[in-house]
Design a protein around this ligand. Sequence first.
Ligand code: ZN
Length: 267
Amino acid sequence: MRILHLILLSGIWLISCNSESVKTPETKPETKQTTPAPEQGPKITVNVSPEYLQGHIVPSKDKDITEIAPTYANKKGMYMRVEAYEAFQMMHAKAKKEGVNLKIVSALRIFNHQKQIWEAKWTGTRKVDKQNLAKTIPDPAKRALKILEYSSMPGTSRHHWGTDIDINNLNNSYFESGKGLKEYNWLVENAAQFGYCQVYSPKGKNRNSGYEEEKWHWSYLPTSKQFTHLYKTTFTNKTIGGFKGAEAAASINIIENYVLGINPDCL
Ligand SMILES: [Zn+2]
C-alpha cells in the first residue's frame, strides 16, 4: 500500500513538472537565474592559495618554485615556478641554436618587494618623472594611475605568480632595432610553442585597458591562465590592501582594468 502511494505521489510530481514546462515554454519572461551558471574557465590543475596569488610566499621554501641558474639570468637570486622554468630552458636551447640569447632579467617578485617599490613612489621618496607624486598629485586615484604606468599595485602583479618573466631588456625601444628586434621577432615566432605569451601586447582594439605594451614580459600560459582565472574568481577590488594608497584600488577598478587587462590571446 505504501509503495503504491509512493508511485502515485511521484506520478503526480512528474505530471506537475511536465505540465509546468509545457505551460510556459517560450512565453516565460527573461528573469535572472537564481543559481548563476558556473564560471567558464580553464581546468584548474595547479591550485594555489589566495595568499600565493598575491605574493605572500617565501620563494626559497616553496617546493613548486626554483632558483634560476646563472646561464639563464643576468643576476643571482631570482626564482620562478618549476614547470615554467623547464619550458623556458627548452625555449632558451632552441633560441641559442638559432643565434638568439635569452636572459631573464626579472622573475618572481613577492608582495613585500612590490610594496617597497609602490610605497616609495606613493610617498614621494622615489621620484616618478622627476616629480614627488605625494605633492604633485594629491588625488589618490590619479596618483595610483600615474604609478601604474610603470609599476603594479602590490598584490596585483603577475610577477607574484612565478609564471611571468622579463626577458633581456626593460625598454620597448631596445626591441625595435638590431639585436633586440631579432630577439623579439624570434620570441613572437617561437614562444607560443613553449607556452609563453606576451601579456602586455600593444594597446588598441584587442586590449583597451591596463599597462602599456611590454615587449619583454612573457607569461607561461599553461599555469598562468589558471592563475588569472583563480584571481578573477577569488578577489574583488575591496580585497586589495596592505599598503599605502590601497584605497585607490576600487575607484580605478584595478582587477578588471589591470589584472585582467591583458592580451586576449593569453587568457
Ligand atoms: Zn614584467
